[in-house]
Design a protein around this ligand. Structure first.
Ligand code: DGJ
Length: 744
């Protein structure tokens, strides 16, 4: 891996064995983009790849100029990276190259204290970083662009820092983390979209002239759109073809947008949503954008995801739990909702312990006087009616059973019916004198205010220090409305949303630093804030409130486009399922949840003997394969968003390809199924694998598929999925089969 500078042609070449990212200074001093894609030979000039002078769009024929950080007002009408209002009311900048530096590794950015979470390295030989400074001479505004190339990953981490080195105030109205100019428009725009309980569904559309975008202005990255998009060729598959991934390490309002111009080039931009943003920079002040990750693959979407998984699992997640095996948990939410007492919790914990579960999580309803969702958020003291011995009492009893104890909190919220709201009504987000919109009967605390963050750190630290708490589920159940902070002057209200997220990150940083042994899991009514920003603090997230196994196939498939299995909380829930009313076999539920951070969301005291035995076997299976399931390479095989989506398959493979586990799922059973085969990927063609089936080796589908099989055969011929057609009448709907491949 290296970053080289060709002084003659003023070009920078960031290169590792997999990719090249090349930029250069145009004749007029602007910073141009030359190429991002497969690794190109070092030491050569690529300046001829794009026009070096930009003459405005009006009479152009041919390719428009490609820029690294475009601005407005000089004839480039495509979406800009930066929009400003200067002191004279104008917004025209002439950003030209001023200087650069190349450093080994990646400059350290401590977490919290108003800073954004970013990726990092543990040794300088893991990455190199280029920083290029551009300057607008007449205003004194400077832009420092940062590019980190990692040694072993086909991606670049980018961010921008805007500094007001002039003498007058500047207002920033759009500041992207990155733009990327691509020389053609033959791409499909892939997004992860949905809503509550239907998150991260993969949607793709062909790029058309004009702008197409996803984003959020809700104050959270949102259930509706994830801060991730991909561009893939129409012919690109999971295993072949070109794809670019764009991912934003941020939990608030964002935009991810592609614009196709009249010359059929494409500009992509990703960053904080300009719709809800304005930031004032006084002389001497600077603003730093969130980090964006730009990944490239010429071997399909799978390799793009794999790169993001490795980066986020190993060099974004932090703390002691980053590399530790994650415990199998049981959560009481769907078992009891708000109606529990200590005895009921201990019954659940005891039954769960007997099944082999490792962690008991007490969900919503333990504090204030919260018997439903109309009250008490903000009152983080225990409800002695339900838990007379307090959190310490129940936690130590759970520990005495041999389980760890975890606790649910929702720090950023306040109920109108709460002591906190009575004492500090102005701490809730809203415009004084106007009604506040409630959602789930709750309001949002203004995290842009230091005193609110300080208060939350104080009360939550007390709770977490008061008992043996090993895990925290950090929920967030509504988005923001009436955005306004009484803590900000009227001309700075545009800063509210971003300052709110900075306050959230600060609280996360302080709590995770003060309690380094606690495993934090983030949650926002399920996957409403499943984003890289929070993964920096909480290495796992509750993927969705939808616990139905069939629905989860789509949600987990989509989430895996950008996020690793070690981040995806996935639980077996009771049937009929609480979100869909569907009844699926208990082993199907487990076979889906295995591909994530595994747990249970049911009442184990209400199980019949068959389900009890099934769970004992599931827990034993997950424990035996946990390292592979949480840290193996995830390979998507057969997608729920392709064709009729009836059959889905995926697998995890050990880094050395010595072992693998395959999940194959069928929603509806059809008579006389076709004699399909499932080709695996990522195996070692030279190895022989012992293939076995779970849960029941006697299942007809396993008969032809168990025994010794070559990796070459499994990848080029595949597993047989339909050999026993006459048995299909016994399969029934919602079935799953798990294949274990051992080649060690
Ligand atoms: C939403 C979460 O996603 C659920 O798991 C549960 O914790 C509820 N909130 C509790 O209010």
């Amino acid at each position: 891996m290296s970053i080289t500078y060709l002084a003659d042609t003023r070009e920078f070449h960031l290169r590792n064995g997999q990719i090249s990212y090349i930029l250069g200074v145009h004749d007029d001093g602007t910073l141009g983009h030359l190429a991002f894609g497969p690794a190109l030979a070092p030491g050569r000039s690529y300046a001829h790849l794009v026009p070096r002078r930009f003459a405005g769009f009006a009479n152009r024929v041919g390719d428009p100029v490609a820029l690294e950080y475009p601005t407005t007002g000089t004839g480039d009408y495509r979406v800009p990276a930066l929009e400003v209002e200067l002191a004279d009311g104008s917004g025209v900048l002439q950003l030209v190259y001023a200087s650069h530096r190349i450093v080994a590794g990646k400059p350290v950015v401590p977490i919290g204290g108003g800073r954004l979470p970013v990726t990092y390295v543990e040794a300088d030989d893991e990455a190199d970083t280029l920083e290029v400074t551009l300057i607008d001479e007449s205003s004194g505004l400077t832009v420092e662009l940062s590019y980190t190339i990692f040694r072993d990953l086909p991606l670049v981490a980018r961010s921008a820092r805007i500094r007001n080195a002039g003498g007058a105030t500047v207002r920033l109205t759009a500041v992207m983390s990155a733009t990327l100019d691509l020389p053609d428009a033959r791409w499909d725009f892939v997004q992860l979209s949905g809503t509550w309980a239907r998150e991260a569904h993969v949607t793709a559309r062909t790029l058309r002239p004009g702008r197409q975008s996803v984003g959020s202005d809700r104050g959270a990255s949102s259930h509706q759109h994830n801060p991730f998009i991909a561009l893939r060729r129409p012919t690109t598959t999971e295993a072949a073809g070109e794809a670019y991934g764009f991912s934003l390490i941020y939990s608030g309002n964002f935009v991810a947008e592609a614009e196709v111009d009249p010359f059929e080039t494409t500009r992509v931009r990703i960053g904080i949503s300009p719709n809800t943003f304005a930031w004032t920079l006084e002389p001497g002040e600077a603003f730093t954008t969130p980090e964006a990750i730009l990944a490239f693959s010429d071997s399909g979407l799978g390799a793009m995801s794999d790169a993001l998984h490795r980066l986020y699992r190993e060099r974004l997640a932090r703390g002691r739990w980053r590399d530790r095996p994650r415990p199998i948990l049981i959560n009481n939410w769907e078992a009891t909702y708000f109606a529990f007492d200590e005895a009921k919790l201990l019954e659940i914990a005891t039954a769960a312990r007997d099944l082999g579960v490792e962690l008991f999580v007490l969900d919503d309803g333990w504090f204030g006087s919260r018997d439903d969702d109309t009250t008490s958020l903000g009152d983080w003291f225990v409800d002695r009616r339900k838990l007379p011995a307090g959190i310490a009492g129940v936690a130590s009893k759970v520990e005495a059973l041999g389980l760890r104890f975890g606790l649910w909190i929702e720090p950023e919220m306040v109920s109108e019916r709460s002591r906190l709201f009575e004492a500090h009504p102005d701490w809730a987000v809203g415009v004084p004198g106007r009604p506040r919109t409630e959602s789930r009967q709750q309001l949002v605390l203004d995290m842009s205010r230091q005193e609110v963050v300080d208060h939350l750190f104080g009360v939550l630290s007390e709770v977490l220090a008061s008992a043996p708490i090993s895990y925290v589920k950090w929920d967030m159940n509504r988005t923001l409305t009436e955005p306004f902070s009484v803590g900000l002057p009227s001309d700075r209200q545009g800063e509210f949303f971003h300052r709110h997220i900075l306050g959230l990150y600060d609280l996360y940083a302080r709590l995770t630093t003060a309690f380094p042994e606690i495993l934090f899991e983030s949650c926002a009514g399920g996957g409403g804030r499943f984003d890289p920003g929070l993964l920096a603090f909480a290495p796992q997230a509750w993927t969705s409130d939808d616990t139905d196994a069939i629905e989860r196939l789509g949600i987990q498939w989509g989430t895996s486009l950008a996020y690793p299995l070690s981040a995806m909380g996935a639980h077996v829930a009771a049937v009929p399922n609480h979100q869909t009313g569907r009844r699926t076999p208990i082993d199907t539920r487990a076979a889906v949840a295995f591909f994530g951070v595994f747990g249970y969301e049911l009442d184990p005291t209400a199980l019949d003997e068959l389900d009890r035995q099934a769970i004992v076997a599931q827990v034993a299976f997950y424990k035996a394969h946990r390292d592979l399931l949480q840290r193996g390479r995830f390979v998507r095989l057969l997608g729920p968003f392709e064709g009729d989506g009836n059959r889905v398959a995926w697998m995890v493979v050990a880094p050395d390809a010595s072992r693998a586990i395959v999940g194959f799922y069928q929603a509806l059973n059809h008579p006389v199924p076709s004699a399909a085969r499932l080709r695996l990927r990522g195996l070692d063609p030279a190895r022989v694998y012992r293939v076995s089936g779970w849960p029941s080796a006697e299942d007809p589908l396993f008969i032809d598929n168990t025994g010794a099989r070559g990796g070459d055969e499994l990848m080029s011929v595949g597993l047989s999925l339909g050999a026993h057609r006459h048995e299909a009448d016994k399969w029934g709907d919602f079935r799953a089969w798990v294949f274990v491949l051992d080649g060690s």
